[in-house]
Design a protein around this ligand. Structure first.
Ligand code: COA
Length: 439
């Protein structure tokens, strides 16, 4: 089902209108069962009615995930133990007329078909004003990482027309979860064609990718969703830094505060044209070993964090036009990377707008401040984003992003992003303890 618009409390609606900007994520609310410390971290009001509306989950109740009302263990642990030999060898059956179809992302024609599905049917905001528009280059970057499993780029198509109507992806990653280093799957890009919603396509895609992941001896996964499911290990909030004031007002991404004019808004949001760090440069091949180590050491301090090998790092961080940009600062003497800044670019379609068909957003990917303050690094990220024609710069309050969000005028969005672990029960953590950006 497309994300439902959540009913708002009367006085909340007005407040949100003036302060919040849009996020392509459904609004969701945190259940009472969650740790009060986590609830306090959320700047949004917790709407009790919506928590009460939360129903027991038919599909998720059957899965090895932490239940919303269950007490969390003090130590992280698997919920079920399985062996590869016990896993079903054959694909799960699909309803008549549909078949499983491996998506070969290197095949232009198939890639284009996947693009058609995602650009028309993937995540929208609550009011169906905007929809993510992942480009083919972006999808190849995100999914063809070294050691990817072709078997985990899973589509469903209609046998007769060959039309792709469902997709889900898995990518193997090294994740540190509390004190354990694990090889797990990152599951992403779950999408069902709009005409096939609420018919069980989502759950069957999840079950089939799980089976394929299990067959490789992997029994844990990480995934994110704006929607509340059992049960988030952390809940992050979106923040948005406006670059193109007029366009974002035009498309309804943000609103002018009652006590402000467009001129004042533009003045407050003005971004310099020149970089603050004169020695910031695009990452080069020679920087990879030291930049990879710098990032891994930084991420290792977080409670849940990804760890990259050099091949993965090179794939994900060497800049690609209109997809990802990485900048580093090198020590002049030994040429070791001391600071790193990276962001990716993702367009959103503006649905049914007379003037604009899309807007361009930069998203903070990974930032490692070391010799330079994170505020200066991220100011330069804004300068770079602006020079690339981005209309907005987005980030989550994960890692150390809280240190720059307010200083650099990132405004509170209306969306949360929940982080989930499959078959792994663990204590909840705060967003700043998350060292993983999911694309
Ligand atoms: C997500 C999507 C595939 C679900 O499709 P669906 O088959 O129509 O699913 P339903 O909404 O009927 O829900 C069926 C089950 O899937 C679960 N589900 C829905 N969205 C989910 C998500 N994003 N991640 C995991 N499970 C999800 C529901 O909780 C429900 O389980 P329950 O019975 O235990 O409550 C579909 O809504 C979609 O393509 N949405 C647009 C893209 C999107 O939001 N993708 C997810 C990005 S995180």
């Amino acid at each position: 089902m497309p994300p439902k618009k959540q009913p708002k409390k009367k006085n909340q609606k007005k407040k949100n209108k003036s302060k919040q900007t849009k996020t392509n994520q459904p609004n969701v609310f945190i259940p009472k069962a969650l740790n009060p410390d986590i609830k306090q971290m959320l700047p949004h009001e917790i709407v009790e009615d919506e928590i009460l509306q939360y129903k027991s989950k038919k599909f998720w109740d059957s899965q090895p995930v932490q239940k919303l009302t269950e007490k969390r263990p003090e130590k992280a642990q698997a919920l079920i133990e399985q062996k590869v030999e016990e896993i079903r060898k054959k694909s799960l059956p699909l309803p008549e007329g549909f078949e499983w179809f491996l998506i070969d992302l290197k095949d232009e024609k198939i890639m284009d078909e996947l693009y058609q599905l995602l650009s028309g049917h993937y995540v929208e905001d609550n009011d169906s004003m905007f929809r993510f528009n992942y480009s083919p280059e972006f999808l190849r970057w995100a999914l063809l990482v070294p050691n990817y499993e072709p078997d985990w780029h899973l589509g469903v198509r209609v046998i007769e027309s060959k039309k792709i109507v469902g997709f889900i992806s898995g990518t193997p990653i090294n994740l540190k979860i509390f004190d354990k280093d694990m090889r797990i799957a990152e599951v992403n890009f779950l999408c069902a064609h709009k005409s096939l919603r609420s018919k069980g396509l989502g759950p069957i895609l999840i079950k089939e990718i799980t089976r394929r992941i299990n067959l490789k001896g992997i029994f844990q996964a990480v995934y994110t969703a704006g929607r509340l499911l059992p049960s988030p290990v952390a809940t992050a909030t979106y923040y948005h830094r406006i670059i193109n004031n007029e366009k974002l007002l035009d498309v309804g991404f943000t609103q002018l505060d009652e006590d402000t004019t467009l001129e004042k808004m533009k003045r407050l949001n003005k971004i310099p044209e020149k970089l603050a760090c004169s020695n910031l440069k695009k990452i080069e091949k020679a920087n990879i070993p030291s930049a990879c180590k710098l990032l891994n050491d930084y991420l290792a301090k977080k409670t849940i964090s990804v760890q990259f090998d050099e091949a993965e790092f090179e794939w994900l961080f060497v800049s690609r036009d209109n997809v990802v940009y990485t900048y580093v600062i090198e020590n002049e003497k030994n040429h070791q990377v001391t600071d790193l800044l990276s962001f990716y670019i993702l367009d959103s379609t503006v649905i049914n707008h007379p003037k604009h068909s899309s807007f361009k957003a930069a998203y903070a990917f990974y930032v490692v401040p070391n010799t330079i303050d994170i505020n200066i690094l991220m100011l330069d990220a804004l300068v770079l984003g602006q020079s690339l024609g981005c209309d907005v710069f987005n980030c989550l309050n994960i890692m150390d992003n809280d240190d720059f969000i307010h200083n650099l005028r990132f405004g509170l969005g209306d969306g949360h992003l929940h982080y989930y672990l499959y078959n792994w029960a663990s204590p909840e953590i705060l967003p700043k303890e998350i060292g993983l950006t999911m694309l």
